[in-house]
Write a protein that binds this ligand. Structure first.
Ligand SMILES: Cc1ncc(COP(=O)(O)O)c(C=O)c1O
Length: 407
């Protein structure tokens, strides 16, 4: 079978989880960056249009009640909750992933306040590490940032919190969320998971895994748009017990009572701070409609098949052209993007973009491509590899290198 036939076999097998027509993507673009910024779902555009014209334009301030604006963080949270195996009422949409991580780490450290250490992955996403460091300074905690292989060595009965990212943003390796949660609980530690590269991409069951807390982005595989609000999960057993550190009026049990003293809400809305960004939340709310009726295991299986094809084609055609395969290849433990290395990675990504194939570059030499299976196809994988081959083999690349400042 040639490459196109192999791709067609995959695309044919997964038509039940393909929703390309539900997205507004320029016809000539092969968009492979949904792990960074998801494409625009038509339903998100409609939801924002309606929020502008009807809710804000005509409803004006009445829409806080008549259009459910006040409830939107919880309603949108429940929609996300259904995708990540969370109990109804345990997810809320608010703020950024970074800020939510701070809130939950603080809450978890407070629950375990007689313990003195926080464990994380030394290769975690930078914002996670910065927030861990700052929180540790504020609360006098020791940071044990170690490699994945060494978690077991540093988990002991002085650890308050284990915080990890589920899918690595460079390699796409997916760690065992259930086993690591169990290992943390065995020593009495709580877990805070970062699901930035997992939500909307891989099947999750936070309730079954007994997860304590989690955060994730709205703008990646959930397609909520640039700067979309993030989400956070609090297990029902911690709701009403764990308290976030920033006590704003939207986390009050009666925000509109305007009381002098703060009284925490006894539900997940205690994790809100201030007025929710309605337009951004409406975009996310609309975007989530695309997931209706989607089986997350099937969706993930489609991206695994695409990644398998990509790795095979990369072995066949890219390794001999100076590329390294950087992404994790084990289908049992990978998320939904792939990565290559190349000495001229930045210039190559720029050359691809000129041809309408959009991925991204991560220092020092990583070319990263997101496979968002709702709108990407195995045919996109073939187009990507064919373009890389063509760029390397023809003088277009030499010319581009000469023109490029970064080589
Ligand atoms: C794993 C991970 N966590 C957190 C973030 C950052 O989240 P935010 O900028 O929304 O706070 C990112 C952004 O790419 C990420 O990849």
């Amino acid at each position: 079978m040639d490459w196109s036939q192999r791709a067609a076999a995959i695309d044919g097998a997964f038509s039940d989880v393909t929703r390309r027509e539900a997205f507004d993507i320029p016809a000539d673009v092969c968009y492979l960056d949904g792990n960074s910024l998801g494409a625009l779902p038509t339903a998100a555009r409609l939801a924002v249009g309606q929020a502008l014209d009807e809710e804000w334009g005509r409803g004006l301030i009445r829409s806080w009640n008549t259009a459910d604006w006040l409830q939107l963080p919880r309603l949108t949270g429940d929609r996300i909750g259904a995708l990540i195996g969370a109990e109804p009422g345990s997810v809320i949409v608010a703020d950024s992933t970074s800020l939510n991580l701070y809130k939950l780490l603080h809450a978890a450290a407070q629950v375990n306040k007689h313990r003195h250490a926080i464990v994380t992955d030394i290769d975690n996403f930078p914002t996670d590490l910065y927030i861990v460091d700052r929180l540790a300074k504020q609360r006098g905690l020791e940071v044990r940032d170690v490699r994945r292989a060494d978690f077991a060595d540093v988990l002991d009965d002085d650890v308050a919190v284990l915080t990890l990212t589920h899918v690595d943003y460079r390699t796409s390796e997916m760690v065992d969320l259930q086993a690591l949660t169990r290992a943390a609980h065995e020593v009495g530690a709580l877990v805070v998971w970062d699901l930035a590269h997992s939500a909307g991409a891989v099947p999750l069951d936070l309730a079954a895994a007994n997860v304590d807390f989690a955060v994730g982005c709205g703008y990646k595989f959930l397609n909520g748009g640039p700067g979309a609000p993030a989400f956070l999960y609090v297990a029902p057993r911690h709701i009403g017990v764990a308290r976030q550190p920033i006590e704003g009026w939207h986390g009050h049990s009666q925000p509109f009572a305007f009381e002098r003293e703060y009284r925490p809400a006894m539900d997940v809305s205690q994790f809100l701070i201030g007025t929710p960004p309605i337009l951004g939340m409406r975009a996310l709310w609309g975007a989530l409609e695309v997931f209706d009726g989607i089986d997350m295991t099937r969706l993930h299986n489609k991206s695994l098949s695409m990644a398998r094809l990509f790795h095979e084609l990369a072995e066949e055609a890219l390794v001999s052209r100076g590329f390294g395969i950087y992404s994790h290849r084990d289908s049992a433990a990978r998320g939904s993007h792939v990565a290559l290395t190349h000495a001229h990675g930045y210039a190559l990504v720029q050359a691809l973009i000129k041809r309408g194939v959009i991925g991204d570059f991560r220092r020092p030499n990583i070319l990263r491509f997101g496979f968002a299976p709702l709108y990407n196809s195995a045919a996109d994988v073939v187009r990507l590899v064919e373009n890389l081959v063509d760029i390397i083999d023809h003088d277009a690349f030499d010319r581009m290198l000469r023109e490029s400042a970064v080589v």
